[in-house]
Design a protein around this ligand. Structure first.
Ligand code: SF4
Length: 272
């Protein structure tokens, strides 16, 4: 999930750039390929992205107004979910083209990766490819966590090296574009431990994820999630809704201080 792709994006020196993306007429961009990058991510170092969503479609169980891929779309006509074998094959091809292995192989792309109907088998193929072609690389996922309670999805997620689960401050219907129970995400985080909470802090036309009230409502959920790390960040790329605005670094630092006070052993990092 962008807000999902590893954030930020200097090209790592000396490595070819794989994959392609195209701008959407209504804002945002879509990856046109399964394997993308590598990018030098703010959070992960050198990361190769995996887009397992149907091409030309943005599919997610959230619909965040800050999403860099734009708003959700229907599945494009003729688009299909890439098969687990195809994903594994494309990843092996990509790793063979790189002169050095990425630090991370990261499920991200045009929406929520766990929506893939054969997600568990996709994880099998990706881990097989990693083991064969880049055994030192770690495999992680950026996910909204909504599917984490499903046993098959949870078991697949547990096999990855890192699970970065979205838990954003602010009113969920506004910040994530859908109504859901934050308690379910908290429960998924505890089931999937260890997890890193990833929090986009942004402001919209009639909501503010950085306000005192929003942080006071959100922080207990972060604590209850028992994360080993929290990644705080604000906009890095154009949002789906141009009215969404970036929050200054100073406010992110204040929020980080509050989290560290509540979770002293948690690794809290701010990215801007
Ligand atoms: S969770 Fe939000 S940011 Fe991530 S892909 Fe879905 S809509 Fe985009």
């Amino acid at each position: 999930m962008p807000g999902a792709t590893p954030r930020s994006t200097d090209r790592p020196f000396g490595l070819p750039q794989l994959g392609s993306k195209r701008a959407r007429p209504d804002g945002g961009f879509l990856w046109e390929t399964i394997v993308n990058g590598p990018v030098r991510s703010r959070r992960l170092g050198v990361s190769l992205g995996l887009n397992v969503l149907p091409l030309q479609s943005k599919l997610c169980t959230f619909d965040c107004p800050y999403c860099e891929c734009g708003r959700n779309t229907p599945k494009a006509p003729d688009a299909r979910w890439p098969s687990p074998d195809e994903i594994g094959h494309r990843l092996r091809q990509a790793l063979a083209r790189l002169s050095s292995a990425p630090d991370w192989i990261t499920f991200a792309g045009n929406g929520e990766p766990t929506m893939h109907p054969r997600f568990a088998t996709v994880v099998d193929r990706v881990l097989d490819a990693r083991d064969a072609c880049a055994p030192a690389a770690r495999v992680g996922i950026l996910t909204n966590g909504l599917a984490g309670a499903k046993p098959a999805v949870g078991a697949a997620l547990a096999r990855l090296d890192a699970r970065m689960v979205k838990l954003d401050p602010g009113p969920v219907a506004a910040v994530n574009g859908v109504t859901y129970d934050r308690g379910g995400i908290v429960a998924a985080c505890r089931t999937l431990a260890p997890v890193i909470v990833q929090a986009m802090v942004a402001r919209g036309p009639d909501w503010d994820g950085a306000s005192e009230g929003a942080v006071a409502e959100w922080l207990p959920h972060v604590v209850a999630s028992r994360p080993v790390g929290v990644h705080l960040y604000s906009l890095d790329r154009a949002p789906a809704d141009p009215r969404v605005r970036k929050v200054p670094r100073e406010r992110l630092d204040e929020m980080a201080t509050a989290i560290r006070a509540a979770l002293p052993s948690c690794d809290v990092q701010v990215f801007d």
